[in-house]
Design a protein around this ligand. Sequence first.
Ligand SMILES: NC(=O)c1ccc[n+]([C@@H]2O[C@H](COP(=O)([O-])OP(=O)(O)OC[C@H]3O[C@@H](n4cnc5c(N)ncnc54)[C@H](OP(=O)(O)O)[C@@H]3O)[C@@H](O)[C@H]2O)c1
Length: 280
Amino acid sequence: MTILVTGATGAVGRHLVATLLERGADVRALTRKPEDAALPDGVEVVAGDLADASTLGPEVFGGVDRVFVFPAHGVEAFVDAAVAAGVHRFTVLSSLAAAREFPRDNGSASQLHHSAVEAAVTERTDAWTILRPGTFANNLLSWSWQIRSGAPIRAPYLASAQAPIHEYDVAEAAAETLLTDDHLGEVIAMTGPEAITRGGQVAAIAGALDRDVPLIEITPEEFRAETEQFIPEPVMKMLLDYWSDTLTTPDQPRPVTPVTGRPGRSLAQWATDHQADFMG
Ligand SMILES: NC(=O)c1ccc[n+]([C@@H]2O[C@H](COP(=O)([O-])OP(=O)(O)OC[C@H]3O[C@@H](n4cnc5c(N)ncnc54)[C@H](OP(=O)(O)O)[C@@H]3O)[C@@H](O)[C@H]2O)c1
């Protein structure tokens, strides 16, 4: 039984590939650029674009029983091809935004995209598991430039509290759903193990680096003015709404433990694992 991992060169996908290999699975990895994939020995790397059916032939799906679906735009092409090729099981990377638990989620960039990705799978097959992680700890890599250069981080809503999830925990949950039959038909919400203020998140990174990280609280209006040339408006709105809401209603942690059998990694652990990203 071969498991096809899409998004295999990404943060979640790389750890998923490594976890599946460790657990003895036959793994095939899809990427648009096999020459740059740098995946471990033992993985069969194939070229393909999730959004381009002409690239998704027998070399992609031959012998494949289960797939991990990365939520690329246009992924319907991939799901169509996978179903036609006889793939039996789909684990889908979605987002907690698709649960629409809060008014801010309705119509947000993430909700619209991930709801469409989920529908692309659930409208074509019954054999799915959907993973809905909340905010990724990797989003904090957006501070890496300031931290590397010693410039202060300038950020709003420092007292708002989120529960960022380590990409390894998402990957290990995905592996579990692909290797067992225990989660078929489940929609699984997952976050990091605790809600931490944005100020505390900076402190976790500073702790891993064993040095001070200067931090200045700015207003949402200042943040918008300073970053709008880099952040598209739908994403800007989503971020500001999320941070504003979590000032008064911190993220409620959704442990990965029931799926992975172990507690989710702390933000301090994530920061330690990513020290190199923050060092000059
Ligand atoms: N950030 C958050 O807070 C958050 C929360 C919940 C869910 N999510 C979801 O998680 C995703 C990020 O996961 P990640 O961090 O593992 O991703 P990542 O590190 O950004 O990597 C993106 C991966 O997607 C692959 N890819 C993109 N478009 C493709 C296409 N058309 N065909 C084939 N492969 C394609 C890339 O492969 P190649 O370049 O090698 O082809 C790469 O492996 C987000 O996009 C979002 O959907 C994010």
